[in-house]
Structures are given as structure tokens and as C-alpha cells.
Design a protein around this ligand. Structure first.
Ligand SMILES: Cc1cc2nc3c(=O)[nH]c(=O)nc-3n(C[C@H](O)[C@H](O)[C@H](O)COP(=O)(O)O)c2cc1C
Length: 303
């Protein structure tokens, strides 16, 4: 059997498949289905300085090939996360990527500083949430703001820092370069694409927030393209995500440049998706005589 292990920023992962932030909570709901130690890692729900209740409902809408969400970073706040969720997560024998966000660079830095003395393996700084009024995507669509928040968080923690990028930009490589120049150790992408649906009878947007983030199978080609562009623009590892539904999708994302792959909407549709994708990746490697998952990374042969 092929070796699925990968190493990112010196952190060993058993396999490259990680449930994405926001679709897996803090893992508890999924333990009834399977042992979380089978996962390559877990990216936790975005956590902010204090508790947030998120946006008004309806907060999700279906689309032909995915979904829209406008959850808006509902979470219990960093102190409750550290006290009530983290001990349990750290006992799961998998890599924990603590996803953080904030309305200001100072808030993000404060959250990162609190995590610095915990056992989380990596901090994933979300500068790309389209569903909050302050911070969020406002950080991720300006090189200056993206650099500033990365600089503030970099100062606050020695943990490996992964910055999560927004696809809602003209040139994602500019933002990638800006955050790497301020000390990002890795990049993850893509967050959701800004989208909208309208109820034909009421003529109201389906989401109470009017617009929301589009994710799932439909965004896969956009995500592969952006991972490819970013992996060729910077010299740090890239964690790819966006519409990965199968082991073959994960292999394709890795060929484009990803060292590991996060899985989001596929889990909303099927809680077993991460395990199915791990098995599918393993079968793909074996069927093609490839010894290690790691050798897929950036192995695309452009024309
Ligand atoms: C319901 C929902 C909630 C999300 N919440 C977060 C979040 O808190 N922080 C974050 O960085 N990304 C969040 N995301 C974005 C996902 O982590 C991922 O980047 C995106 O959905 C693309 O991957 P996918 O197509 O596999 O879902 C959320 C996505 C969904 C669908």
C-alpha cells in the first residue's frame, strides 16, 4: 500500500486529508461515526476573540453543484474553545489546525497569542470569510490589509502559521506573496466564492444576509486553478480545498500544488466523506504504481 503520510512545516500528518473549517465543528458530532485519529488532521471552526452568534437564518441555500452559506463565524470565543473543546481535540491523535478570525488585526493577534501556549499544531488564520461585516474578506482582498494582519499574528505566536486566502480577488498570487513576506509559513485556499440565490416567489434572496459563500463540487476547477497559481508564486506549502469530493479530486488538487487537502461541503453531504476520500486516494496511488502521496504535490506537467 502507498505511503499516505505528508509533512507540512515540520508537522507529520498520517495522510493528507483534513476536514475543513466550519463543516466539522470541533469534531464531537463525528465521533459517533468514526475514530477521528483516522483523519490527517482537523481544521476547527473559526474562533474569534469573544463569542459570536453568527448571522440570522436562513443561513444555507442549495445550488446545483454545491451550497451557499452565510453562517458568519458563529463560535463560543477563544477562551471557551481552549477550555472546553481543545483538550478533547488534542486527545484525538491527529493534527489540530486551529482556525482563527477577528474583526481587527489586534483581535486576530490576541486570539493567536492565547493559542501560543496550547498544544495546537498549527494556526490557520482566516482572512477570507465573506460572511462578516468587519475583518474577514476585507483582510483577504487587499494586499496591505492581508500583510498587516499576518504581521500582527506572526508577532503573537511561534506556532506554524497558515493563512487562508480568499478567491474573491483579481489576482490571488499578489495576496499570497504579501502574506508570505510577513511570515506566513503555509497558505490554505480557497475559502468560499461570493454567491447569491433568489426565491422566485418572494423575490427575496434565499439567504437572510442576501449573499453568501459558494462551496462544493462546482468550485473545484476554480480551486485547482488558484492552488496551481499560488504554488507557483510562493515557496511555502499550500493546503488546497474547494469542491474536493473524491480521492481522485484530492490527487488532482495535490498535482496542482497542494501538500494536503481539506474537505468541506462533501462532509455536509456525507459525514464519511473524509474516510472515503482517504481510501480513494490510496486506491488511486496503488492503481497507478505511485509509492507516496507526497510525490503527487506539484507534479502537474503544464503544456
Ligand atoms: C457551512 C460552512 C461554514 C464555514 N465556516 C468556515 C470558517 O469558520 N472558517 C473558515 O476559514 N472557512 C469556513 N468555511 C469555508 C470552508 O472551510 C472551505 O474553505 C470552503 O467551503 C471550500 O471548500 P469545500 O468546497 O470543500 O466546502 C465554511 C464553509 C461552509 C460550507
Amino acid at each position: 500500500m502507498a505511503d499516505l503520510s505528508v509533512n507540512i512545516c515540520g508537522i507529520p500528518f498520517k495522510n493528507p486529508i483534513i476536514p475543513a473549517s466550519g463543516v466539522f465543528g470541533y469534531g464531537r458530532e463525528y465521533e459517533q461515526y468514526y475514530d477521528l485519529s483516522l483523519l490527517g488532521g482537523i481544521a476547527t471552526k473559526g474562533t474569534t476573540g469573544s463569542k459570536r452568534t453568527g448571522n440570522l437564518s436562513p443561513r444555507v441555500a442549495e445550488t446545483a453543484a454545491g451550497m451557499l452559506n452565510s453562517v458568519g463565524l458563529q463560535n463560543p470565543g477563544i477562551d471557551a474553545f481552549i477550555a472546553n473543546e481543545l483538550p478533547h481535540l488534542l486527545a484525538c491523535d491527529t493534527v489540530i489546525l486551529a482556525n482563527i478570525a477577528g474583526a481587527t488585526a489586534e483581535e486576530c493577534a490576541e486570539v493567536a497569542a492565547k493559542l501560543d501556549s496550547t498544544g495546537v499544531h498549527m494556526i490557520e488564520l482566516n482572512i477570507s470569510c465573506p460572511n462578516v461585516k468587519q475583518g474577514g474578506v476585507a483582510f483577504g482582498t487587499s494586499c496591505t490589509a492581508a500583510a498587516e494582519v499576518t504581521k500582527a499574528v506572526r508577532k503573537a505566536t511561534k506556532k506554524p502559521l497558515c493563512v487562508k486566502l480568499s478567491p474573491n480577488v483579481t489576482d490571488i498570487t499578489e495576496i499570497a506573496r504579501a502574506v508570505v513576506s510577513e511570515g506566513a509559513d503555509a497558505l490554505s485556499l480557497i475559502n468560499t466564492l461570493l454567491g447569491m440565490r433568489i426565491d422566485l416567489k418572494t423575490r427575496r434572496p434565499i439567504l437572510h444576509n442576501n449573499m453568501g459563500g459558494y462551496s462544493g463540487a462546482g468550485v473545484f476547477p476554480v480551486a485547482v486553478r488558484m492552488v496551481y497559481q499560488v504554488a507557483n508564486a510562493v515557496d511555502v506549502p499550500v493546503i488546497g480545498m474547494g469542491g474536493v469530493m473524491t480521492g481522485e479530486d484530492a490527487a488532482e488538487m495535490m498535482m496542482a500544488g497542494a501538500s494536503a487537502v481539506q474537505v468541506g461541503t462533501a462532509i455536509v453531504q456525507d459525514p464519511y466523506a473524509p474516510l472515503r476520500i482517504i481510501d480513494g486516494l490510496s486506491e488511486f496511488l496503488d492503481a497507478n504504481g505511485i509509492d507516496t502521496a507526497a510525490e503527487l504535490t506539484k507534479s502537474v506537467k503544464p503544456w
